[in-house]
Design a protein around this ligand. Structure first.
Ligand SMILES: NC(=O)c1ccc[n+]([C@@H]2O[C@H](COP(=O)([O-])OP(=O)(O)OC[C@H]3O[C@@H](n4cnc5c(N)ncnc54)[C@H](OP(=O)(O)O)[C@@H]3O)[C@@H](O)[C@H]2O)c1
Length: 258
């Protein structure tokens, strides 16, 4: 049976991949974001700011499943709590939420806010599914591009990442959204675990840049947690297939040496 699905953040890096999959499964999709997009072909865009306390009644009307992807640098706990309360009031049958690997283990404010966002979902009274995913390739590329603008690139010792393909995260989210509420499901990470220096080497090689490196130590409890791998996927995680090298070969713009 076709059911109305609301995807918050459906215009974002991951959302852009999920929406077509849900449409391909035959379901009408409503996408919520602040800036909106062009509606058509079974996809309707609505605008609301989840952090602005917007009335979500109209966006949730007739919705049976919510896939909550909207997020930003700050306030995901508040935004998610606002959405979860509204979803409960609207009688939503399934709330699917993406979180980040290590959400319960890394003592940093933004990660704590991801854990509080998870709690808003699990305590909402709406049947739920939460997937913790590792950083997607696109995000790692954005981070490295930004740091490589510096003449000397800081390289935090002991920091490892497991970059995963956004399309693979999207495929898993689509599967979870179309399935029954499943609780906290196994994490999803990329196929390999890389030190940040290794990721940087791949990026510099692919873009033909040369940069000096400055080894740095992340201070305090957060630094210790990262060096202990607290940000990595839990044992039993699902692993994607597409590697960082495959992604870079396709996406990193090749440039002359700079
Ligand atoms: N990217 C990763 O590596 C990664 C890994 C694990 C988990 N996650 C989580 O997955 C989610 C999606 O990540 P992403 O990389 O796809 O993010 P993204 O590219 O930054 O997209 C964010 C989406 O959320 C919308 N949005 C942001 N703030 C909003 C607000 N206050 N109200 C309504 N809509 C809002 C944005 O549209 P507007 O700007 O138009 O509002 C956009 O559609 C986030 O919660 C993120 O923490 C991401």
């Amino acid at each position: 049976m076709n059911r109305q699905i609301l995807v918050t953040g459906g215009t974002g890096t991951i959302g852009r991949h999920v929406v077509p999959l849900l449409r391909a499964a035959g379901h009408p999709v409503r996408v919520l974001s602040r800036r909106g997009g062009r509606s058509g072909d079974g996809v309707t865009h609505v605008t609301a700011d989840l952090l602005g306390g917007a009335d979500l009644g109209p966006a949730l009307r007739g919705v049976s499943t919510v896939l909550h992807l909207a997020g930003g640098a700050k306030g995901d706990d508040r935004a998610t709590a606002h959405l979860a309360r509204a979803a409960h009031r609207a009688g939503v049958a399934h709330l699917v939420h993406i979180s980040v690997t290590g959400a319960d283990r890394v003592p940093l404010a933004w990660i704590r806010s991801k854990l509080d966002a998870e709690r808003a979902v699990t305590d909402s009274g709406v049947p739920w599914t939460v997937l913790r995913a590792a950083q997607v390739h696109d995000l790692v590329l954005t981070m490295l591009t930004a740091t490589a603008r510096l003449p000397v690139v800081p390289v935090p010792g002991g920091l490892r990442l497991q970059p995963v393909d956004a399309a693979e995260v999207a495929a898993r989210l689509a599967e979870l959204t179309l399935g029954a509420p499943a609780g906290l499901v196994p994490d999803l990470a990329g196929p390999d675990t890389h030190g940040i220096g290794e990721l940087l080497t791949g990026y510099l090689t692919a873009t033909g840049k040369r940069r000096a490196r400055l080894p740095v130590r992340i201070p305090g409890r957060a630094g210790r947690a990262y060096r202990d791998g607290a940000n990595l996927a839990r044992p039993g995680a699902a692993r994607g297939v597409r590697t960082w090298a495959d992604f870079l070969a396709e996406r990193a713009p090749s440039r002359p040496v700079t």
